[in-house]
Write a protein that binds this ligand. Sequence first.
Ligand SMILES: *Cc1c(COP(=O)(O)O)cnc(C)c1O
Length: 482
Amino acid sequence: MVYAKPERRSWAEPFKIKVVEPLKTTSPQQRQQAIREAGYNTFLLRSDDVYIDLLTDSGTNAMSDYQWAGMMLGDEAYAGSKNFYYLEANMRRFYGYRYLVPTHQGRGAEHIISQLLIKSGDCVPGNMYFTTTREHQERAGGSFVDVIIDEAHDPESLHPFKGNVDLQKLADLINKVGAKKIPYICVAATVNMAGGQPISMENLRAVRKLAEQHGIRVILDATRAVENAYFIKLREQGYAGKSVAEILKELCSYTDGATMSGKKDLLVNIGGFLALNDEKLYDEARNMVVVFEGLHTYGGLAGRDMEAMARGMEEMVNEDYLRARIGQVEYLGSKLLDWEIPIVEPIGGHAVFLNAKKILEHIPQEQYPAQALAAEIYLDSGVRTMERGIVSAGRDAATGDQHRPSLELVRVTIPRRVYTQAHMDVTAESILAVYENRKKVRGLKMTYEPKYLRFFQARFEKIPASSRPEHPAGARLETEPR
Ligand SMILES: *Cc1c(COP(=O)(O)O)cnc(C)c1O
């Protein structure tokens, strides 16, 4: 018998399935109606109309039996819940910061740190913007300044650490505006908007050094810091022999605090925190959390939610889990690459990012190609993805003009421990089907634009096949009042 021996042995998820949630399939007619009613915005679809939900990895994780068992140990005391103290102990153990302020999710922490540190007219440099992070920085009177390396804006660059800060850009900014105008440097690990790209330890160490010379704080967006630590282990010299847990702690040691969305790395459905080392700042944060989230020992969470997060921290650093997690994203991305579908490379940690600018090169950015592509994938199969391009980038707070990001992407985001390899196959084949018919895809016109974080609730219509733009592309929206 002749058989083809596999080049290498297969891997499998390091868990088995104990509870199942049935999936629903829909007809093309149902999907047509659903996406039209949703204004061609996948955020406005009902999840009941979705087959495989790859909108986000936020809060969509499957918890383990260990976490579910912990939920039954929720201490729902208003003050001093034992689950809080366990979460605090585990945060110190895995992240190494001194003080913990729980929040309902990541943006609760972003709100507090922004209000406490940013004054009107300040600049907050960061390795590419994140939607909610920048919104809170601007609300506090600051302006975000992108100091990520140029490679991050190039979907085809194979740089292994596209999340790195460009130290020259950072130094130039400090020289230009002065350290007094920079309350902190906001460093994300991994960088979501760049395609789930990691920052290297060497780079963060250098950022720390520069910041220290000028007396500027470094605040980490630790949302996917574990996944970043795993990439450091794989790619950075000197780290192959270290555990991910050790790498994570070293990463955090170069920063003064962190905002955290527990809905990602921590393998839960809700939760977040602010972590700090400075006692005085912690006192202020602990005071402010009472106003916006809840008492400082629950911060908007139930005791059981804090227990699930604390247990999630113990599971997130398990390297068999991380291999399967990152491996699944890699599996999906490699399939698309084999079919020569343009995606962001290297393949990121939490998602495969389709290069909509290249796939739909006949659609100008002002007609929202990534938004149109996400709608088209849903129409094909009921797989839900998300726009990460001009719609997500929003408008300049000062001028009202649309930001024009060079990355115009569709994020195909993989929830943790939820879907199987077969789901990845179905997804890849749907993307291929849309890719093959890409010339027929038409652009969109925005018919409703919310004031804040517009991508969540904006509505669109398909531009009819026959119509030609009356104005140069983009002119109409640009002159509309905000
Ligand atoms: C999700 C996310 C946030 C915000 O967290 P929420 O829990 O959604 O409020 C902040 N930063 C990054 C990088 C994220 O991915």
